[in-house]
Write a new protein. Structure first.
Length: 574
């Protein structure tokens, strides 16, 4: 059972804003004092009203107008500074959550939904910022009024005050009851909206596949089902708020009626003057607005708490692959790679790699072949520490990769994936991905080596051409050559080619293959390929089966064995 609100976790984000918040508090105090002054002036109006003294009424009304003006000034001060503080809190929270997500391992993102993460970083964080703003510029001033005005009312007549607030405890219990249920309904609603966002991300990114399989109606039905669940979750929250409003309103009406009854009795007993009752009535009227605001704010806080829960739920996730505190910077390497008795499993008891040992010399090209699920991609994913082996160690130039900083390790390993990911930006920015500043001439030189310069210069704005979302305005071969240009510009000593030509037509494959051969020169290379034509010239070919190296040798050596590799080769070229 939840015992403590996650709002307490916002304190570290509030502390840096203490100066701004303090200025806002000055405005809050001024606003409350001006409100008390208005109550006092309202009581003084009773006597001149009874006497018909227009001059006195005008003087007091003028004083009220001046106090209203002063109160408005203080309100603008509190709103301005509190808004600034809340926006800063949301900004720093979003930055920290995004930074934290960047540190999580590949395994987390393989199961997380992109739409859900986007919703939490945008809508949920914005909701948290709105709640913080509500607390400072609305809730706290109302609470101070609910403290200061009753104290003044007790000073005027404690019996009348008792009659007015006698239903307050019941209101407090009801508001708490409604608020806790609103939090649960809001959490359910926001999870449903995240589900909708995830579906939209999946469908729009894979719309070609949806249309190719004529699955539009299926996706419409799936979206409609999820939208209906989202509707029901939101309706549950709105229905609860609809019930709460008249219940709390009825209690407020009871409080007002008791005020009139007891007030009349106190005047008849000469315990209260008409002027004091007039002032008291003004105070009671001015209490209605902050009571309503506190009630509504409490509901919003409970709804916002669901967003806080979802945001800090991300912050609670810890990476499984971490950098050591005393990690060293990996110096420039020659490319010698060693696997010593390496085993790995995604799930306990289901090993993907089993006791792998391998020595790769600098400049050697190693091909990994085998059926799907044999462990080829896992084998190379251990090298940049996307995962850590369960047992064994991996060394580069004799240094255990677990002893070095991530940045210095991954900057010396280039990866050309099967599907090239393009980011919003220009062609040049995509080639120089990850670099804050770059030399356009160096980018162009890398593109020439990657056989990309010619098609880039034919684009409307050349290297400054804006790339569409995920690079959809470029062909697969063009995107792949840009990926090769990225690797060329990075100039890594170790290179991983993961099915780099498997999805290309023969013409594009020829251009990409030529670029790859240039890129591979004088580098240690690991090649994963199903097309055995791309691996025949490698120095060594490793055949993986059920997480183990079952054959190793050159193309000719493995063919002569007439075993697994020979069968793979025969299936492709028989």
């Amino acid at each position: 059972m939840k015992t403590r609100s996650n709002y307490w976790q916002l304190l570290p984000y509030l502390r840096p804003q203490w100066q701004t918040i303090s200025k806002g508090f000055v405005g809050i105090v001024g606003y409350v004092l001006a409100t008390l002054t208005l109550i006092n002036l309202a009581g003084k109006l009773a006597i001149p009203f009874g006497q018909g003294n227009v001059v006195a009424i005008a003087q007091i009304a003028g004083a009220c107008a001046l106090v209203f003006l002063i109160r408005g000034f203080f309100q603008s001060v509190q709103d301005m500074y509190m808004a600034k503080a809340s926006l800063r809190v949301a900004f720093h929270l979003r930055q920290q959550v995004y930074t934290h997500l960047q540190k999580l391992n590949l395994s987390y993102f393989e199961t997380a939904k992109a739409g859900d993460l986007s919703y939490r970083l945008t809508e949920d964080v914005d909701r948290v910022g709105e709640v913080v703003n509500k607390v400072f510029h609305d809730f706290i001033p109302c609470v101070l009024q609910l403290l200061a005005i009753p104290i003044y009312m007790i000073y005027l007549n404690w019996q009348l005050t008792l009659a007015t607030v006698i239903v307050a405890p019941l209101m407090g219990v009801l508001i708490g009851w409604f608020g806790e249920r609103l939090r649960k309904y809001s959490l359910r609603s926001q999870n449903r909206v995240s589900g909708l966002s995830a579906i939209l991300t999946e469908v729009f990114s894979g719309i070609r596949l949806v249309q190719a399989f004529a699955a539009e109606n299926y996706e419409i039905a799936r979206f409609g089902h999820e939208a209906e669940r989202s509707l029901q979750a939101k309706y549950s929250a709105e229905r609860l708020k609809a019930i709460q409003t008249p219940v709390v309103g009825f209690l407020e009406a009871l409080s007002a009626l008791s005020l009139l009854i007891v007030g009349g009795w106190q005047i008849s007993q000469r315990n209260l003057t008409v002027a004091e009752f007039f002032s008291y009535l003004t105070a009671a009227v001015l209490l209605i607005d902050p009571i309503g605001h506190v009630t509504n704010n409490y509901n919003e806080f409970k709804q916002g708490e669901a967003s806080v829960d979802r945001v800090f739920e991300l912050m609670a996730i810890q990476p499984t692959v971490v950098e050591k505190r005393d990690a060293i910077t990996l110096p420039p390497v020659s490319g010698k790679v060693e696997y010593h008795n390496v085993s790995f499993a995604y799930k306990p008891g289901e090993p993907v790699l089993k006791d792998i040992s391998l020595l790769v010399l600098p400049g050697e090209a190693i091909a990994l072949v085998g059926a799907s699920g044999a462990g080829k991609t896992t084998f190379v994913n251990l090298l940049p520490r996307f995962y850590d082996p369960i047992t064994g160690q991996i060394l580069i130039d004799g240094i255990d990769i677990r002893d070095v900083k991530f940045h210095s390790l991954r900057r010396q390993i280039g990866i050309v994936p099967q599907e090239t990911i393009m980011f919003s930006g220009t062609i040049a920015q995509n080639i120089a991905f990850g670099q804050d500043s770059f030399d356009l001439e160096a980018v162009a030189e890398a593109a020439k080596i990657a056989n990309a310069h010619q098609f880039i210069t034919q684009l409307p704005e050349g290297y400054h051409t804006w790339v569409g979302e995920r690079g959809v305005n470029l062909s697969g071969g063009q995107r792949q050559r840009i990926a090769i240009a990225r690797a060329v510009l990075l100039n890594p000593q170790i290179l991983i080619l993961d099915e780099a030509t498997s999805a290309l037509d023969s013409e594009s494959e020829a251009l990409v293959q030529e670029a790859l051969e240039r890129l591979m020169q004088n580098r240690t290379v690991f090649i994963i390929a199903h097309r055995l034509s791309t691996v025949r010239r490698c120095d060594r070919i490793l055949v993986l089966e059920q997480g183990q190296i079952v054959e190793s040798g050159t193309h000719e050596e493995l063919l002569s064995l007439e075993r697994r590799y020979a069968r793979f080769y025969a299936q492709q070229f028989s």
